[in-house]
Design a protein. Structure first.
Length: 362
């Protein structure tokens, strides 16, 4: 069995790539996740053989047996990251090593073979190199990269599969939210994850379970849903696809602690690091929805914001529950915008990277 470090990528150029004129039209103002680049990466895994057959190839449909394990037992994980045009016209990916570590952790939780972290990063690099002309320019524009893995073993039986596919696809994107501050809905009906479950893994099932709650939020005129803990139904955990932060009148910030039911967001971790470097008081602690509403009304809480790869940092302007709506005093607020400026600055090469977060591809 050859090691992942020795695995060579076979490059299969697209026979009919998108023309420069059509590509420029597509990336001018793309809807999030609706436009695809020309290529994809695929690596196969088979028990006893390991990872093999690494290819950069034209993006296209996949062929699956109807009894493929992913379709019945949901062995599937994914990641999300972005490549940015830097101020010197290079291309950099933000913290892919952190995505690689989280991907490995998700695989272990879902009883899937872990992909070596170096191979994960190489696969992402190969796709960005192949489709570098798809990386858009503009303050809110980037290339969203989606690595994912699923069980394609054809069998019916509840056990870990013996064959898997790892793929990487990409899409040029603009801003995730079209407006400024968002309004969020606190779900008192549905929970996202429970202790001992898969809340800390980035698996598709977690997101499927959130869709009905997200629809509930939309029905109540909100942009996103906020989930409470599954045990007490009091403590704020995270949003439908993002982590959440709170800013107080003494300048401190807090976010729910990672207890196994919350996804350990890479943007979340980056914000905590940046805030501490700015000398801010940072807390990772439980925070109830009742306290959130009371603090917003009293003015003790000044800002609330969501964060994630897709949205970066997005201010929350109002929170709604079954009993009414509470406005957040500042949206956007100075703390969130200061953190966002530094975060985006590092991602785009405008702020000196002293943390090793910028991964140069070209």
């Amino acid at each position: 069995m050859s090691s992942a470090e020795d695995l060579e990528f076979k490059i299969l150029a697209h026979p009919n790539p998108t023309s420069p004129e059509r590509r420029a039209e597509l990336i001018a103002n793309p809807a999030f996740g609706r436009v695809s680049t020309d290529h994809m990466v695929m690596i196969r895994y088979k028990e006893g053989q390991g990872w093999h057959d690494a290819q950069v190839m034209p993006r296209g449909p996949l062929t699956l047996d109807p009894s493929a394990a992913v379709l019945h037992y949901a062995q599937e994980i994914f990641e999300g990251m972005k490549a940015f045009r830097t101020s010197d016209d290079g291309i950099a990916i933000f913290r892919p090593d952190a995505n690689a570590r989280r991907f490995r952790s998700s695989a272990e939780r879902m009883a899937m073979p872990p992909l070596p972290e170096k191979l994960f990063i190489r696969a992402v690099d190969e796709l960005v190199k192949a489709d570098r002309d798809w990386v858009p320019e503009g303050e809110n524009a980037s290339l969203y990269i989606r690595p994912f893995m699923f069980a394609n073993d054809a069998f019916l039986g509840v056990k870990p599969a013996s064959e898997y596919l790892f793929l990487v696809i990409a899409a040029p994107v603009g801003a995730y939210f079209s407006s400024g501050a968002v309004t969020v809905w606190v779900s008192e009906t549905y929970t996202r994850a429970a202790p001992g479950g898969t809340g800390a893994a980035k698996c598709g099932g977690n997101y499927a379970a959130s869709l009905l709650a997200q629809a509930e939020a939309k029905e109540n005129g909100c942009d996103q849903v906020v989930f409470l803990d599954a045990v007490n139904h009091r403590y704020i955990e995270e949003m439908g696809g993002m982590n959440i932060f709170f800013v107080f009148d003494d300048g401190s910030i807090s976010t729910p602690a990672l207890t196994g039911t919350i996804l350990p967001g890479i943007t979340r971790d980056s914000i905590l690091t940046i805030a501490r470097e700015k000398g801010m008081t940072v807390r990772e602690e439980p925070y109830t929805v009742d306290q959130w509403l009371a603090d917003a009304k009293s003015g003790r809480l000044t800002e609330t914001f969501a964060c994630g790869t897709a949205a970066a940092i997005s201010p929350i302007g109002a929170v709604r529950t079954k009993t009414g709506e509470v406005k957040i005093p500042q949206a956007p607020g100075p703390v969130a915008m200061s953190l966002r400026e530094t975060l985006i600055g590092v991602q785009r090469g405008r702020v000196k990277d002293t943390r090793g977060w910028e991964h140069r591809v070209v």
